[in-house]
Design a binder for this molecule. Structure first.
Ligand SMILES: *Cc1c(COP(=O)(O)O)cnc(C)c1O
Length: 429
């Protein structure tokens, strides 16, 4: 090779939230198997991130590999305009079966952010189809995260969500404080007052409320009372706005229920899925809606939903999603999640004794250690690798969401590394 691969990377490749040309610590992965990443130099790391919530069955799974190989030999892709295929049909049937009963239609998109765009366009078209051109705004929660494209950004937390940078380009939406009542607790009236007031004031120009049920992910890893969903549902109905649940992070078992909305048995009008949908094999996401929404859009003016990506319903991605979801349902996933939850609770508790730690919280297969001060990524990332684990904190949050198959021994090592690294390398000032 006439060039240094890492120089090519540093000078020519954008990574998530990265800069070009700066010395950033990058680890060169060669392969991955089950819960282990193997680097080029032979180092092995236990993966605590599931590649951002998605690799729920672990890497290089024989059943998923097989499903993809079979599909490749038939066709990797075919356009979805005017054509259809088995992977999309069977996946749709399965998604409609396992999500709340009223959700009956599926729109396949390429990424989570795009499903949020699609959900927002559907909500707007639901109203314009009825001749109402006024309802095009959205109500979102502070600390929310819904993706990086423009409409998705507009409903992300206004402080930590890049709004100031793109201020003149971002649609102005309404924000209400995120619920304070914790998971497993009743929802205090205090939590819904702001939502009610916002709806009283703005319902005539609001298409929908959008929120992440129970777990706010990238906006702060906060867990909140499931009863808030019940309240949001009845307020949405009372004021005539739709309710969108973004389950891109929480879907497919992560919180202990197949979908987080099941903690309150609340059905949204529109549901966004992504991340774990394909078991982390391919990029694919889905927007589900009720018949009320799909019928209204289909029978109004212009009588079609105005979105259609080139790679919509990609057969390879759909077969990965079908195989992954079937594998999940056939596995003892509830037992795995509660085993991981217990392990994380037991093993992370000791972090509370560290002076630099503000809070430790666990829900399902999500473990969070919140620090008093932001970590120094240039130091802490290498420390985790030195401990043989892959954990990528952001801000004050050191968190893990392991693959559901992670063993107790691996979980011990993962949690031990968190304690050691915070104790030795993250000072409380
Ligand atoms: C990751 C995420 C998104 C964005 O999905 P991408 O595939 O990164 O575009 C949206 N909403 C939530 C809740 C997420 O966790």
């Amino acid at each position: 090779m006439s060039y240094n691969p890492l120089d090519i990377d540093r000078n020519h490749i954008w990574h998530p939230y990265s800069a070009i040309g700066k010395q950033q610590t990058l680890f060169h992965v060669d392969s991955a198997e089950a819960c282990t990443l193997t680097l080029k130099d032979g180092t092995t790391l236990i993966d605590g991130m599931s590649s951002w919530w998605s690799v729920i069955h672990g890497y290089n799974h024989p059943i998923l590999n097989e499903a993809l190989k079979n599909q490749i030999d038939k066709m990797s892709h075919v356009m979805f305009g005017g054509l259809t295929h088995d992977p999309a049909i069977h996946l749709t049937k399965l998604l409609v079966d396992i999500t709340p009963t009223d959700l009956q239609t599926v729109f396949f998109a390429d990424s989570g952010s795009v499903t949020v765009e699609v959900a927002m366009k559907m909500a707007i078209q639901y109203w314009t189809s009825q001749g109402n051109m006024n309802k095009q705004g959205f109500i979102a929660l502070e600390h929310g995260y819904h993706g990086d494209t423009f409409a998705a950004m507009s409903v992300c937390d206004p402080i930590n969500g890049m709004h100031s940078l793109f201020a003149n380009a971002i649609m102005k939406q309404h924000f209400v404080p995120a619920p304070i009542s914790g998971f497993g607790k009743p929802c205090e009236q205090q939590d819904v007052i702001a939502l009610r007031e916002c709806l009283e004031q703005h319902h005539e120009t609001v298409a929908a409320i959008i929120l992440e049920p129970v777990v706010q992910g990238a906006g702060g890893m906060r867990f909140y009372s499931a009863e808030y969903l019940t309240q949001a549902r009845s307020l949405a109905d009372e004021f005539g706005v739709l309710l969108i649940f973004d389950e891109i992070a929480t879907g497919f078992g992560r919180t202990g229920k197949l979908f987080a909305c099941e903690h309150a048995n609340v059905t949204p009008d529109i549901l966004c899925l992504g991340k774990a949908l394909t078991g982390g094999y391919m990029t694919l996401a889905a927007t589900l809606t009720t018949e009320k929404v799909s019928q209204c859009i289909s029978q109004g003016n212009p009588g079609v939903f105005m979105h259609g990506p080139t790679f919509m319903g990609n057969p390879l991605a759909c077969s990965a999603a079908l195989a992954s979801t079937q594998l999940l349902l056939a596995s003892p996933w509830q037992e795995n999640i509660s085993r991981i939850e217990q392990k994380l609770k037991t093993n992370l508790a000791v972090c509370r004794t560290l002076e630099s730690v503000a809070d430790v919280r666990v829900l399902g297969a999500i473990g969070v250690v919140e620090l008093k001060h932001a970590v120094d990524m240039s130091v802490i990332q290498q420390c985790f690798v030195d401990q043989g684990v892959w954990i990528r904190p952001f801000g004050k949050l050191v968190y893990v969401m392991p693959p559901f198959i992670m063993t107790d021994v691996e979980l011990d090592k993962l949690c031990g590394a968190i304690y050691t690294v915070i104790k030795d390398h993250h000072k409380p000032n």
